[in-house]
Design a protein around this ligand. Structure first.
Ligand code: SAH
Ligand code: SF4
Ligand code: F3S
Length: 472
């Protein structure tokens, strides 16, 4: 087995040549008003996709584009898609459809579609046949080839379809244009080996491959030195970090190493898979200086039969064992989870099992989803639960979680919490918002120079989704 999965430096060099070509030929593509050409990057999906988009935007900038906020101002539009549920796919297709008129107005506009949808044959065909004005497509494992495809498109003018990788590798050294100057994503691994029976990710993101610890430490150290306050390590299953390699260390070792970096910052990670969440990892968290006492541990279902059909490889007893140990070591831990409602074959008794687990564990917050069949996955072939039943269960789940979430948040009223301020709230411009160490949203009266800084906050009231209080 190949134990190190790093993209060969020749490939990285080849991409640098394409970037240089773009810069050299910048003039030919310069907008008429003399401004730099604009690039607009639109992202669907999870944090991994957001992190990928920061790389796509970084590559665009390296190639001479200015990142713009409106597609109408762009001469390059990149749509980074998600395939996790039908709704996400339909949204992306609808947006791509809307861009047709921009292309009619400006025939020089280049439209690229990338991301997880583009690693599926039927979706590639959708773009090929139904959206002929899309200039090129590439899947998430070929992201580093973006400069090459853009050059080929501009030089040769034909439509391009980048084949997905046969061998999945880690591309280091890509430029990153970060959205924030105090919160950052750091991908530590790519892909997934778990093949949960409902999930498309292993098919579109390929096999697990991990970055070397040294590269990650360098990146995090650099972020902390540049004033980043909140750093989230990303992977589909961070608990299996480095298991694909012979590095000789694991995720807990990585966290312990990162925790030694001096500075005023908080470290988080997502997502954890219960089958691999170790006591060693929890011990490292409990004893650390910088790691947030926050754990996102997707449970998916509270029925052992359904967990088995989902191919999750843990049962409710194992799940509770992790939760209990976590709370023993970190009584203040914030615990969140993902739940799928209406997985094929889910009976009323199975669903009651999920509600019972919610009452037992008392999550701070849940991300709940109605099961969406994904073409090519085993669960899509199983007997489906009727939509009306799925919807009704979803509503019951939300109602219960709203009660629990509210009670959990209300328990924090009167407590002083450290909050990283995100500036004026998007929903209420009279208030500032921020996130607690547990990643809960806090609203308060702030000041412009609080943005990007930690403030001490006392919660005065709470609902299921947020805390309201004042800065002290
Ligand atoms: N790697 C992470 C999550 C990836 S996707 C993990 O293993 O937990 C995020 C969430 O989307 C999943 O946890 C699951 O709850 C949900 N999800 C994935 N596939 C889905 C599907 N086909 N229908 C509905 N929800 C789905
Ligand atoms: Fe999907 Fe399961 Fe992998 Fe998560 S662990 S990405 S749910 S296959
Ligand atoms: Fe979606 Fe791909 Fe993430 S399918 S959830 S963007 S890994």
């Amino acid at each position: 087995m190949e134990k190190r999965r790093i993209l060969p430096p020749e490939e990285t060099e080849a991409q640098k040549k394409h970037i240089a070509w773009m810069r050299a030929n910048n003039d030919c593509y310069l907008a008429e008003n003399g401004c730099r050409r604009g690039a607009f990057v639109l992202t669907f999906g999870c944090q991994q996709n957001e992190a990928d988009s920061e790389k796509l935007a970084g590559l665009c900038e390296e190639m001479g584009y200015a990142i713009v906020d409106e597609p109408a101002d762009a001469e390059l539009i990149v749509v980074n898609t998600c395939a996790i549920r039908e709704h996400a796919e339909q949204k992306a297709l609808s947006i791509v459809g809307q861009y047709k008129h921009l292309k009619t107005k400006n025939p020089a506009l280049i439209i690229a579609v990338c991301g997880c949808m583009m690693a599926q044959e039927h979706r590639r065909n959708d773009i090929k046949f139904r959206y002929p004005y899309v200039d090129f497509i590439l899947g998430p494992s070929s992201l580093h080839r973006f400069p090459q495809l853009l050059c080929e498109k501009l030089e040769k003018g034909r439509r391009l379809y980048c084949p997905e990788e046969a061998e999945y590798l880690v591309a280091e050294g890509l430029p990153i244009r970060r959205e924030s100057n105090y919160r950052a994503w750091v991908s530590i691994m790519y892909g997934c080996n778990n093949f949960c029976s409902y999930c498309i990710v292993p098919y579109v993101r390929g096999r697990e491959r991990s970055r070397e610890m040294g590269e990650i430490v360098k990146e995090v150290r650099d972020l902390v030195a540049h004033g980043y306050r909140d750093i989230t390590l990303l992977g589909q299953n961070v608990n299996s970090y480095a298991k694909d390699s012979d590095y000789g260390y694991d995720f807990a070792d990585l966290l312990a190493e990162l925790d030694t970096i001096e500075g005023d910052y908080v470290l988080r990670f997502m997502t954890s898979h219960p089958k691999d969440a170790s006591r060693k990892l929890i011990d490292v968290m409990a004893e650390s200086k910088h790691i947030a006492h926050q754990f996102h541990l997707p449970m998916q279902s509270g029925s052992d039969a359904i967990l088995k059909a989902m191919n999750r490889r843990y049962d409710t007893e194992k799940y509770l064992g992790i939760v209990d140990y976590m709370r023993e070591r970190m009584p203040d831990v914030t615990l969140t989870s993902d739940i799928i409602v209406g997985f094929p074959g889910e009976t009323e008794v199975d669903f009651e099992g999920t509600l019972a687990m919610l009452r037992r564990v008392r999550f701070d917050m849940l991300y709940s989803f109605i099961y969406s069949p994904r073409k090519g996955t085993p669960a899509a072939e199983m007997e489906q639960v009727p939509q009306t039943v799925k919807n009704a269960r979803f509503d019951r789940l939300l109602a219960l979680q709203n009660e629990i979430g509210k009670e959990k948040n209300q328990a924090l009223v009167g407590r002083t919490l450290r909050v990283l301020c995100d500036g004026v709230s998007k929903n209420n411009d009279a208030l500032y918002s921020g996130r607690t160490e547990g990643n809960k949203i806090a609203f308060f009266e702030g000041a412009p120079n609080d943005t990007g800084c930690f403030v001490d906050f006392v919660a005065e009231r709470a609902d299921a989704y947020a805390l309201y209080g004042k800065k002290i």
